[in-house]
Ligand binder design. Structure first.
Ligand SMILES: Nc1nc(=O)c2c([nH]1)NC[C@@H]1CN(c3ccc(C(=O)N[C@@H](CCC(=O)O)C(=O)O)cc3)CN21
Ligand SMILES: CC(C)C(=O)C(=O)O
Ligand SMILES: [Mg+2]
Length: 278
């Protein structure tokens, strides 16, 4: 299993880091079999698995529930768990209790937090407590209300400068990596050059140290529309719906179950059964 020190080395030798989200036992097994370096139990689960409009409805208990299932499916892959909305803002003490629960109760290896500014001291405290922290800058979906939608971030020079400074602060605070979401490629390249920890991009172009995408997006599974930065490798949805339709039609038309799906009783047992009923 690769871990934080390996990710640093991968950046040094320009070996790209592959991160993919997973939310349950089968998706985690598939991610591990598919050879990803890092599994992210993303709070995007609120949207792609639980059907909420944003990630802000996701709770710590939701994350723990799903991270436990992911761990059971991927025992030999580095697992990062998102800290959900408002579980790392109230105080350093509350933040440590919540990060501790995510790690202790699930067997995951690291936590991820969105933002810089007042979050920097939380990154430092969690790291000092011995829990690796992945930062998350650029488009931070838990702040969708303040950002006014899922929009590209750091487009003007001033915002870009702030983001580069934030990345440096995350590194100084002890973050082992930074997820950088939805920023212009030129800024992403500059951020990656400005720090020695790996930058894992999503909608950040190719000149970063790794990529992360959402499981449901790359598979075309249950998602209607995907963001511009997604490469959809398949659209499994039609296959799944067709399978369900075929099952429903088989039942209605008495085509299922067939003999091979059916259990039978031995002749002598039937005799006793019928005898007993007489
Ligand atoms: N299925 C899914 N995939 C994701 O990558 C994802 C989630 N859900 N939920 C949590 C966040 C939200 N994310 C999103 C969602 C939408 C856009 C989006 O539509 N962006 C516009 C850019 C608009 C602009 O130009 O400013 C796009 O067209 O891609 C981006 C990130 C990323 N995360
Ligand atoms: C989109 C990724 C980076 C994420 O934070 C999530 O899946 O929740
Ligand atoms: Mg997230």
């Amino acid at each position: 299993m690769k871990q934080t020190t390996d990710f640093l080395k991968m950046k040094e030798v320009n070996e790209k880091i592959v991160m993919l989200t997973a939310y349950d036992y089968p998706s985690a097994k598939q991610a591990e079999q598919g050879g990803v370096d890092v599994i992210l139990v993303g709070d995007s689960l609120g949207m792609v698995v639980l059907g909420y409009d944003s990630t802000v409805s996701v709770t710590l208990d939701d994350m723990i529930h799903h991270a436990k299932a992911v761990k059971r499916g991927a025992k030999d892959t580095f697992i990062v768990v998102d800290m959900p909305f408002l579980t790392y803002h109230l105080s350093v003490k509350d933040t440590l209790i919540n990060a501790g629960r995510l790690i202790q109760e699930t067997g995951a290896h690291a936590v991820k937090l969105e933002g810089a500014d007042e979050v920097i001291e939380k990154i430092a405290a969690i790291t000092k407590a011995g829990i690796p922290v992945c930062a998350h800058l650029g488009l931070t979906p838990q702040s969708v209300g303040v950002l006014g939608g899922y929009k590209v971030q750091g487009k003007d020079a001033q915002a870009a400068k702030k983001l580069i400074e934030d990345a440096k602060k995350c590194e100084e605070a002890g973050a082992f990596a930074i997820v950088l979401e939805c920023v212009p490629k030129q800024l992403a390249k500059e951020v990656s050059k400005s720090v020695s920890i790996p930058i894992i991009g999503i909608g950040a172009g190719i000149e970063v140290d790794g990529q992360v995408l959402v499981y449901h997006d790359i598979l075309g599974y249950g998602v209607e529309r995907v963001p511009k930065f997604v490469k959809q490798y398949h659209s499994v949805n039609p296959f799944m719906i067709e399978s369900i339709q075929a099952y429903a039609s088989d039942v209605k038309n008495k085509q299922f179950p067939q003999e091979k799906h059916t259990f039978t009783m031995k002749e002598e047992e039937l005799k006793v059964l019928y005898g007993g009923l007489e």
